[in-house]
Design a protein around this ligand. Structure first.
Ligand code: ZN
Length: 289
């Protein structure tokens, strides 16, 4: 075998990941090469070059994760983003803010179809919804876990309780118990600001945000989990200070007495702390169950 062949085989057998070896080299070829050339110096140079190549590729890979190109809707997709988003908002208005938190996909389609102001979802809109739901959130730069795996997943009212005066629901069991304990210990000035959210509700929040950000899904995913990836779908909830309004969803909440109390009592085991590795902003108001 001549030298050129050796280099061809060796470079095609470089293993870039999941191996503790820096690269794999067919030993037969190596022996053959050594016999042919008896030039160890060249082999060393070759190995050194491959090591530095691998380091460069590793660096590039981690840089591509950190500085990933944002995923932005195309012009055509913006039209779908807007039309789906509008239908979701119209449906929310029709069923009411509270009920919309638990709405499932079948119910959404049924309501839209039977209300002439909204109208059936088109095939393109359905495909778009599927695409948004089944896209790997890592493509948006969101590295949290997927907790709801099917677009058609349903949450029944029987699984939840409605928390009076909030318009929100909590899952029975640990989430309700935790909320009640927290209310008792922190006091009346703490309130549920978002509880159980169905896939439809999370889809609505995500698309609304993405639309406001000119179709930039990556930026939207930095503010909130894409549909299927929100722990509001399975257990978690948000709390705020009574009277603080929308500021409960800003860093202002972390400056309140209520937040200090929560932290002191050990309720703040934050799902997304500062500089978390999941690509999600710091959310002091989010209670992990
Ligand atoms: Zn939350």
């Amino acid at each position: 075998m001549n030298r050129r062949d050796f280099f061809k085989i060796s470079s095609s057998s470089i293993v870039l990941s999941s191996s503790t070896q820096l690269f794999a080299m067919p030993e037969d070829n190596l022996d053959q090469y050594i016999k042919d050339s008896l030039d160890y110096k060249e082999i060393n140079i070759y190995i050194r070059d491959q090591i530095s190549l691998k380091h460069k590729q590793c660096e590039q890979f981690s840089r591509s994760i950190i500085n990933k190109e944002p995923l932005v809707a195309s012009v055509d997709e913006r039209v779908l983003l807007q039309s789906v988003s509008l239908k979701l908002k119209q449906t929310q208005k029709l069923v009411g803010y509270g009920n919309f938190n638990l709405l499932n996909l079948d119910q959404l389609f049924y309501i839209a179809r039977n209300n002439s102001n909204i109208g059936s979802f088109t095939q393109d809109e359905l495909k778009y919804i599927e695409k948004i739901f089944y896209t790997n959130a890592a493509d948006y730069g969101f590295y949290g876990k997927k907790v709801t795996h099917e677009l058609s997943d349903k949450i029944t009212k029987a699984q939840t309780i409605k928390v009076p005066y909030t318009g929100h629901y909590l899952y029975k069991g640990e989430p309700v118990d935790m909320y009640q304990r927290l209310k008792q210990e922190v006091g009346k000035s703490i309130i549920l600001t978002s509880g159980v959210r169905s896939v439809v509700k999370q889809l609505d929040l995500f698309l609304y945000k993405a639309n406001k950000l000119k179709g930039n899904y990556s930026k939207a995913a930095h503010s909130l989990a894409p549909p299927g990836y929100s722990f509001h779908g399975v257990s978690d909830f948000d709390v705020g200070k009574v009277g603080l309004g929308y500021k409960n969803f800003t860093s202002s909440f972390a400056k309140t007495q209520e937040y200090a109390q929560l932290q002191k009592l050990g309720y703040i085991s934050i799902r997304y702390p500062k500089n978390n590795p999941f690509g999600v902003r710091f959310e002091p108001w989010h209670i992990k169950v």
